[in-house]
Design a protein around this ligand. Structure first.
Ligand SMILES: *Cc1c(COP(=O)(O)O)cnc(C)c1O
Length: 226
């Protein structure tokens, strides 16, 4: 795995996608998802200039954060978060991508020692297998989050279905964009909602074309070791 080479290739695809849509590519942040790779490989990613690291398991994040303690990294928790585990992770992350219920918000409020940047996870495709709030419920959910001053809703997150059908994927991402615009129209002080976390190895180009500002890439960037 040549992470530097992979990174350049991905950034150039992001750049082309942005050019196609007349958007500045500087607005897209690359999160390296390191759940399938070692501490050493994660370190190599940071040394290759990656600033954002994403993990979907608490143990994985804490271990890598310990290993990379002398490097400057923004830490993203992208996995399902059980309420009883919030206390183990909340003060070790910069972003949570999986806020999907009020009970979790309540626990974050109770345990966080500062304001946490959160993405509300949306189940756009309404797949039973996926976590996230149904599109029709997102606006009222975000409104309720104003009660929790330790939560800042920086944006929305979704995962597209596993399919080769590009239009299905594109529709999911553009629906998330529409939802973002609706929320922004409300001018909620607690929910500026300026970011969209969407796009993985197989669909990040489509995500960027539809307005992603954080893409979460594992396999294509750092590879898969286990
Ligand atoms: C694993 C994972 C990714 C990255 O997946 P790749 O296909 O390896 O790029 C992105 N987002 C979430 C939530 C993940 O769990």
């Amino acid at each position: 795995m040549n992470i530097l080479e992979n990174k350049e290739k991905i950034l150039s695809k992001i750049h082309s996608a942005c050019q196609k849509k007349n958007m500045p590519s500087k607005g897209v942040n690359l999160v390296a998802v390191t759940k399938y790779v070692s501490n050493e490989t994660t370190k190599n990613a940071v040394l290759a200039g990656i600033e954002h690291i994403g993990e979907n398991r608490i143990e994985g994040l804490l271990e890598k954060k310990g290993f990379l303690s002398d490097l400057s990294v923004k830490w993203h928790f992208i996995g399902t978060l059980q309420s009883r585990k919030v206390k183990d992770i909340i003060n070790h992350v910069d972003y949570i991508h999986s806020l999907d219920r009020l009970s979790l918000a309540k626990e974050i409020q109770k345990r966080a020692e500062r304001t946490i940047s959160c993405f509300v996870q949306v189940n756009v495709a309404e797949e039973d297998s996926k976590h996230g709030i149904a599109v029709k419920d997102v606006l009222s959910f975000v409104d309720k989050l104003k009660e929790y001053d330790r939560i800042k809703v920086v944006g929305l997150m979704t995962m597209a279905p596993f399919t080769d059908d590009e239009s299905t994927i594109r529709n999911v991402f553009s629906a998330l964009k529409q939802l973002q615009l609706e929320i922004q129209n409300k001018n909620f002080p607690h929910a500026p909602c300026e970011e969209l976390s969407m796009g993985m190895s197989n669909d990040y180009v489509i995500a960027v074309e539809e307005g992603a500002t954080f893409v979460r890439i594992g396999t294509d960037l750092v590879g898969k070791e286990f």
